[in-house]
Structures are given as C-alpha cells and as structure tokens.
Write a protein that binds this ligand. Structure first.
Ligand code: MG
Length: 222
C-alpha cells in the first residue's frame, strides 16, 4: 500500500513518556492512590497496595486484549519463601494467562512456577528476580489469541517479558489458559478480559501499574 519513504503515510501519534512515569496515552491502573480501577478490597498505603490474604483476587473493571503492561511488585523483607508458599501472587492477562509473581531470590521451586514463569508452561530464560524487600518491574507485551469462525485457535496468546529490564520471554506462546498441574485447552471467546492479580495468601505489594492497548501501524493521527 505504501511506497518506500511515502510522505502520505500517516505520522505516528505523539506520546510523551517521562522517565519513571506512565506514557501519556496509557490507562493508569494504579498511581499510588486508590484501587478505583479494580474490583476487590486490598489495602492501599504509602503509594503501593498489598494483597489482603484471604480476601480473593482483584481484577480490573475494564477488559483488555493485546497490550503493553508495566507493573512493579515486591515481596516484603519479612516474608519467608518456601517454594510456592510465603511469597506467591500472579499476573493474569485476559483473566486466563498467568505470568507468575513469586519471590525467587533465593527460593527454589519447579522452574515453570518461579518468578517470570508462564505458569505451568515455560520457565523464564533467566532468573532476574530481586531479593525480598526490593521492587521488581515487569514490562510485558501480551498478544491475545485469535480464533476462526469454528472456534479453532488461529493465533495463540503470547508474551514478551522484561523483568527488571532483562528478557525472560520473547513472543513465547501459551499452550492454553494457565492452570495448576494442567493446561486447559483454548476455547473461543471475545477478545478482551480483565487483568487479574492473584491472592495466594501472601502479602505481595504492587505499585505503578499502567497499560496500553496495542495499536496498529499507519493509524491516522487523532
Ligand atoms: Mg501465582
């Protein structure tokens, strides 16, 4: 459609992205103040929020499909990690695909369940986890699945993940929605779902969360 160096090609939209802040076109899911973008009753204090063990998962009120997401998390220094216990949470895309959150420095567990694992499916390429008491960042590009009219998956969900700036996954596909000791099969559903954070009974903390639905090339300027 476009010639090389075509001057009629639309200019990409301007986005300002000051260091450490959400880009200007991002949906801010948590800016340190309140959980108004979420359902669920976890505790907010001093610019972060914390899992309230036993109160259940929290999910965004809005649904998202393919996206770029930034989130920061920390296991408090006082937590004792023993495998999957003591420092476990999780980040779910479309309510279904889990990127594991787990204190993993130090803490040995099954590799497809450590920090940055695509839970139950793929371990991260490396362990880039900070020790308990220090913040971690995940920067994720998530691509949702596509289905044909018969409901057969034509593109699997996949992620590219940077953990503290280190690549853990690159366009790695989920075999299906995440499960414990199993991999449920893909089934057709519409293109969005909430971002969900897991209450696994441990007081994991979160701050600075924002998301950008993934755009397409050559959109006209708004
Ligand atoms: Mg988990």
């Amino acid at each position: 459609k476009w010639e090389v160096h075509d001057k009629k090609r639309p200019q990409p939209a301007m986005v300002s992205a000051p260091h450490g802040k959400a880009p200007s076109d991002a949906v801010v899911l948590f800016d340190g103040k309140d959980l108004s973008k979420w359902t669920g009753g976890w505790e907010v204090k001093d610019g972060y929020f914390q899992v309230k063990p036993g109160s259940g998962n929290i999910s965004t009120k809005e649904g998202f499909g393919s996206c770029q997401l930034h989130i920061e998390w920390m296991v408090p220094e006082t937590c004792k990690c023993e495998g999957q216990h003591g420092c476990n949470s999780g980040l779910f895309f479309m309510d279904r695909y889990e990127l594991q959150i787990l204190g993993s420095n130090p803490n040995k567990t099954y590799p497809d369940g450590m920090a940055g694992a695509m839970y139950g499916q793929y371990p991260p390429l490396v362990n880039a986890c900070n020790p308990n008491g220090q913040w971690n960042t995940y920067d994720v590009i998530f691509e949702g699945p596509l289905f044909d009219t018969e409901g057969k998956v034509t593109r699997k969900a996949s992620v590219t993940v940077l953990h503290n700036g280190v690549a853990l996954h690159h366009k790695q596909e989920f075999n299906g929605p995440s499960g414990h000791q199993n991999t449920p099969k893909y089934f057709k559903y519409d293109g969005t779902g909430p971002i969900r954070l897991q209450d696994h009974g441990d007081p994991v903390r979160f701050r600075n969360i924002w998301i950008r639905p993934l755009g397409e090339y050559d959109q006209p300027e708004k």
